[in-house]
Design a protein around this ligand. Structure first.
Ligand code: AMP
Length: 392
């Protein structure tokens, strides 16, 4: 079956066409600056990347070009050959604990959840509706970033705030990156043959950790929104909310502007003033730039805080898994994190850790917790859910 895995943002649309059950990635691409001047798209096919300019006024324009390109590239002969489309949806609230086939009810519910994710859900919905317009008979599936974390206990997801805020307005920890953490849980089970106690560290531009027990999320570092938890490329992670009114009064900035600063100008870019990209910060660190050194140490410390917390919740983790851009590629950051866990007998095999592009176990043989690198694959997870639901 040919399944399209789709991630629509406010001005972008990413797709990967995957053949299932073979799990073979056929073609992928990104449409950018939709509705903005200078729109273009790139297509990756058989190792070659092709960039083209195109007038993309709406997401529907992008979907039509996407499908026509699939015909051009001789991946399909007609639109009917697309058996299903899986859509990444950021917020499923507490309503969706797993992926679902999209119908009018689902669309209505996701629409109702827009206040919980005002930036993401509307853009995701535009993506869904554009595909529905062009492929009206093709099954569509919604895969929620929040769904995997719905297994958290009330003690874990509640904040110590007036209960009414939760009961009336749904203010609680939801957690994100669920599709990635679920991929790690599933893949580790596939590799090991059984469920182990895992701390999944999804560390990319956005970052979150997840404690996984019996294949389920029992705790995660992002919260009501993705701003919470560890330090990220541009997001601050956990901070004291008491600083908000003070910053607003001192800077005369509006609440929205301060929130933009915390989401887009904080984290590594805020601390270093250099870059949100770990490669640049690492370069500064190697060149003994004091701000980069502080930022890298803070970044590692915060990850260690969460690992230690989750190790306790799991009553001793079996595996720590690094994934996403930084987790998969930065041996320096992995080393900074794991060396802080020496007190717990956790140690890396430094040769394995510094091997470029390594996947698999990177801990020393006598480490009390095994440490792995495992590249995440959210697109595959979305495609698999779509395949499974279509064939149910
Ligand atoms: P993601 O959000 O998972 O795509 O991760 C993107 C981030 O991964 C980039 O912003 C970089 O900070 C980081 N990254 C990618 N490659 C490397 C590398 N070789 N070394 C350190 N960080 C990297």
């Amino acid at each position: 079956m040919k399944i399209l895995s789709v991630n629509a943002g406010s001005s972008s649309l990413k797709f990967t066409l995957i053949e299932l059950p073979e799990e073979k990635v056929v073609i992928s691409g990104t449409f950018e600056k939709i509705g903005i001047d200078g729109s273009f798209y790139t297509i990756k096919y058989k190792g070659e990347k092709d960039k083209k300019e195109a007038k993309l006024e709406t997401h529907t324009d992008a979907v039509k070009i996407l499908l026509d390109e699939l015909i051009n590239y001789k991946v399909i002969k007609s639109y009917d050959e697309i058996d299903g489309v899986g859509h990444r949806l950021v917020h499923g609230g507490d309503k969706y604990t797993e992926s679902v086939l999209i119908n009018d009810d689902v669309l209505e519910t996701v629409e109702k959840l827009v206040p919980l994710a005002p930036l993401h859900n509307p853009a995701n919905l535009v993506g869904v509706r554009s595909f529905m317009e062009v492929l009206p008979k093709t099954p569509m599936v919604a895969v929620f970033d929040t769904a995997f974390h719905q297994s958290m206990s009330e003690e874990e997801f509640l904040y110590a705030i007036p209960r009414e805020w939760y009961e009336r307005y749904g203010v609680r920890r939801y957690g994100f990156h669920g599709t990635s953490h679920r991929y790690i849980a599933t893949k580790m089970k596939e590799i090991l043959g059984e469920d182990k106690k895992i701390i999944s560290c999804h560390i990319g531009n956005g970052a979150s950790l997840c404690a996984i027990k019996d294949g389920k999320s029992i705790a995660t570092s992002m919260g009501f929104t993705p701003i919470a938890g560890v330090i990220m490329g541009t997001r601050c992670g956990d901070i004291d909310v008491g600083l908000l009114p003070y910053v607003m009064s001192q800077t005369k900035k509006s609440f929205d502007d301060v929130m933009t600063d915390l989401n887009k100008k904080s984290g590594m870019i805020g601390l270093t003033g250099v870059s949100s990209d770990m490669r640049d910060v690492e370069e500064g660190y190697n060149n003994k730039d004091s701000k980069c050194i502080t930022a890298m140490n803070m970044y590692a410390n915060k990850i260690v805080d969460y690992i230690s917390m989750y190790d306790a919740k799991l009553e001793g983790a079996d595996y720590i898994v690094f994934t996403a851009g930084v987790g998969e590629n930065s041996d320096v950051m992995r080393d900074m994190v794991i060396s802080r866990l020496a007190y717990r007998g956790i140690k890396l095999d430094s040769e394995k850790n510094s091997t470029r592009g390594i996947t698999g176990v990177i801990s020393a043989d006598d480490s009390t917790v095994k440490v792995c690198v495992l590249p995440t694959d959210e697109e595959l997870m979305i495609a698999k859910d779509t395949y499974d639901l279509i064939n149910k």
